[in-house]
Design a protein around this ligand. Structure first.
Ligand SMILES: *Cc1c(COP(=O)(O)O)cnc(C)c1O
Length: 485
């Protein structure tokens, strides 16, 4: 293995605190007592928990070392396809922690929350502008919750039209959460296949679209990283039967300021502020999945909504057709704040540039590797590119081994075996925040690994070799999860 690549973050094993403590060590020192000692009540002097005696320094070093076992965008490149893992400016975290915002209580009367309410209202306006949609709710706390909200909106709309519809069309290139959200709302997903170019064609939609179908849920760009070029035509077909077009826009960093979703026929669209707009994604942290709609769906948006009345921002529940509340209070305000700060600091030109760079970086990787890795759809991609392990077919090594091998070079593995429409998929999203030098290191590592996979598959199957934890038994981990140790 070549040594020049990014494997600098090696961590050594760390004993338990219990293995390290030494009787009599203390983590603090107090001045000498200058009063009579007063023994504790006997009930309080029973054997306490077995906490090892440690000095402050031992404890700090122990936890600092443990904290370095983690891998994140702050430690290295995380080219995870389908779920943007990009670097987010720390200044936005700082702004979200400003005492006036961080200390604001959601139950404060509106007179004392004018700044926060204004920010919510203005962010809705900014997201409308970026997407080309008419109205926005910031309540949902995640992408999948945005999808469910979108489905509830779709249902409320059809109900208002006096129409009962039970099905929804979902292509094989949709994100996995799409059919789940639709099913949770009571719709029966109708799967359709993408064409040989990896996108949807109108005739496939036309075959299944009928008056019992509520609409279609398209992920655009889809999970092959391709833009659904026929979306206008598909929207016409769906609209002609009274249906609606739902677009999963979680990966907006491919099209910000470039695609006007309203004009291409989208009626409902969700965004992931975590992922695109300056909140790190992953690890189950707070998220925000705003839903943007066209004007005819606005009456159904969740309440309460921020409205401006007599120069004051207030919360209003006066939307009789609303689907109600979908989240405690008003959603995750801290995430909204970071998105607001990010959008305002970038400005429209830089948001557009961020998308252009995200697309350029993914296409650069695609072009540099396509002679080695198998590219199932050889056409310009959006923010991510999908390869497969077909070039290894005669061999023993697979996508999994390549992904594990990348860890030895200091990279987080990309998404693998997804999307399901591609066998042995390796899905790479470099994001707009990586520089060319680092992308070149990733490309170099993937080339070296492809070579190793062909020449010495048994060795690659041992990877990762340099990390603290070597290859885990994923089957046992899934079947017998140990969540405490
Ligand atoms: C991440 C993602 C989702 C789900 O978002 P969560 O916030 O994880 O619920 C949905 N669709 C797409 C395309 C995504 O990338």
């Amino acid at each position: 293995m070549k040594e020049f690549l990014g494997a600098r973050g090696l961590v050594l094993n760390e004993p338990l605190l219990w293995e390290k403590g030494k009787k009599g060590r203390m983590g603090f020192s107090l001045p000498r007592r200058d009063v009579e000692s007063s023994p504790l009540h006997k009930d309080l002097t029973n054997e306490g928990p077995d906490i090892p005696d440690q000095s402050e320094m031992d404890v700090v070093r122990h936890y600092t070392r443990l904290s370095q076992w983690n891998f994140g965008v702050d430690t290295g490149m995380y080219p995870l396809g389908s779920c943007t893992m990009k670097y987010n400016p720390k200044v936005n975290e700082r702004l979200a922690a400003l005492p006036g915002f961080a200390g604001a209580h959601p139950m404060l009367p509106h007179q004392l929350s004018q700044g926060a309410l204004r920010l919510i209202k203005e962010l809705e306006g900014l997201l409308s502008e970026i997407t080309g949609m008419d109205a926005v709710t910031l309540q949902p706390a995640a992408g999948a919750q945005g999808e469910l909200t979108g489905m509830l909106l779709m249902h409320a709309y059809h109900k208002s039209q006096g129409s009962v519809r039970s099905k929804i069309i979902i292509p094989d290139t949709a994100h996995g959460t799409n059919p789940s959200s639709a099913a949770l709302c009571g719709y029966k997903p109708v799967p359709i296949k993408s064409n040989e170019e990896g996108i949807l064609s109108g005739d496939v939609v036309a075959q299944v679209m009928d008056e019992e179908t509520a609409g279609i849920m398209v992920t655009n760009p889809n999970t092959l990283g391709l833009f659904e070029e026929n979306i206008r035509n598909i929207a016409e077909i769906v609209h002609s039967k009274g249906g609606l077009v739902y677009c999963d826009g979680a990966n907006m960093n491919a099209v910000m300021g470039i695609v006007h979703m309203g004009k291409i026929g989208v009626d409902i669209l969700h965004l992931n502020l975590h992922k695109t707009f300056s909140t790190p994604h992953g690890g189950g942290g707070p998220g925000s999945g705003p839903v943007c709609v066209k004007a005819q769906l606005e009456p159904f948006l969740p309440v309460p909504r921020v409205v401006k009345k007599k120069g004051q921002y207030i919360f209003s529940e006066k939307f009789p057709e609303s689907i109600g509340k979908v989240q405690a209070f008003f959603g995750n305000f801290g995430v909204m704040l970071k998105a607001y700060a990010y959008i305002m600091s970038m400005g429209s030109d830089n948001l557009k540039k961020a998308s252009q760079l995200a697309v350029l970086n993914a296409n650069y990787i695609k072009e540099k590797l396509k002679d080695i890795y198998h590219l199932p759809y050889d056409r310009p991609c959006m923010h991510e590119c999908v390869f497969t392990d077909k070039f290894l077919k005669a061999n023993k090594a697979t996508t999994l081994d390549l992904a594990k091998g990348l860890m030895d070079y200091g990279f987080h593995p990309p998404t693998i075996y997804f999307p399901l429409v591609v066998n042995g998929a390796i899905m790479i999203e470099p994001t707009e925040t990586e520089c060319k030098e680092d992308i070149d290191l990733l490309i170099e590592a993937l080339k070296v690994l492809a070579d190793e996979a062909l020449k010495d598959p048994a060795s690659l199957q041992e990877a990762p070799k340099k990390t603290k934890v070597r290859r885990l038994d994923e089957t046992t981990a899934a079947r017998q999860p140990c969540l405490t140790g």
